[in-house]
Design a protein around this ligand. Structure first.
Ligand SMILES: [Zn+2]
Ligand SMILES: [Zn+2]
Length: 232
């Protein structure tokens, strides 16, 4: 997911498969992205990160920042430096253009007036993020089971982007069901709720659930498709 602020700042939320191709399709130059927020180290959230770093290195772009949970630095160092893996990437300068920031329960200023908060959540060394901009705020859950720390992080946020992996009767793993998300969203009270990380079991009942969300919650609810844009 790509966030674009009024001042031109572009932030990517996770880097799963296909992100580079989707950026190409919407005409966004990867060189213009200066911040990447990684929620956890599962493949569907990091698989395009190395190709992205290589592309940036080859196109001679400047330093950019990657924020992620504990272990992301070690993972990248290993992948980019170990000759049995992708060690050739360090010859291309890949490691030199990435500034890694490991986060957990943190608050920091990304740019003047833009605050990033992170909180650990219940999902395999995962973190959720909240970004406060002068005119709006966005909270992104990443993958997580229902977690009071996420609710605490998100309270008062304008836009809540939350995983909605399964209907409750098909729930698997450390994820959030649509039923749980209705409860979480009513507690957080965002202006806009964006459903993400929708598995096929959820996808096939999406319409039914969107109607249920609409009836239960007094907020705008979106389940965006690839390449959709939401302007706020
Ligand atoms: Zn995951
Ligand atoms: Zn995932």
């Amino acid at each position: 997911m790509l966030l674009e602020a009024n001042n031109g700042l572009r932030i990517l939320l996770d880097m799963g498969p296909g992100v580079l191709e989707k950026l190409r399709r919407i005409g966004v130059d990867p060189g213009s992205i200066s911040i990447i927020l990684i929620t956890h180290l599962h493949l569907d959230h990091v698989s395009d990160l190395l190709p992205f770093i290589k592309l940036k290195a080859l196109s001679g772009r400047r330093l950019f920042r990657v924020f992620g949970p504990r272990g992301i630095g070690e993972m990248l160092d290993l992948l980019v430096s170990d000759r049995r893996l992708f060690g050739y990437l360090s010859d291309l300068g890949c490691r030199d253009i990435v500034e890694i920031h490991e986060v957990w329960d943190d608050v920091l200023e990304l740019e003047p007036g833009i605050i990033l908060r992170s909180k650990p959540v219940e999902h395999f060394n995962g973190v959720a993020y909240r970004i406060d901009l002068p005119s709006t705020s966005i909270t992104y859950s990443g993958d997580t089971a229902p977690d009071p720390r996420l609710i605490e992080l998100a309270r008062g946020t304008s836009i809540l982007i939350h995983e909605c992996s399964f209907p409750a009767d098909r729930l698997k793993g450390k994820h959030t069901s649509a039923e749980d998300l209705m409860r979480i969203a009513s507690e957080v009270g965002p202006r806009i709720l964006v459903l993400t990380h929708i598995y096929p079991e959820m996808e096939e009942r999406l319409q039914e659930y969107l109607e249920r969300f609409g009836k239960k919650l007094g907020m705008v609810v979106y389940a965006p498709r690839d390449l959709d844009t939401i302007e706020v």
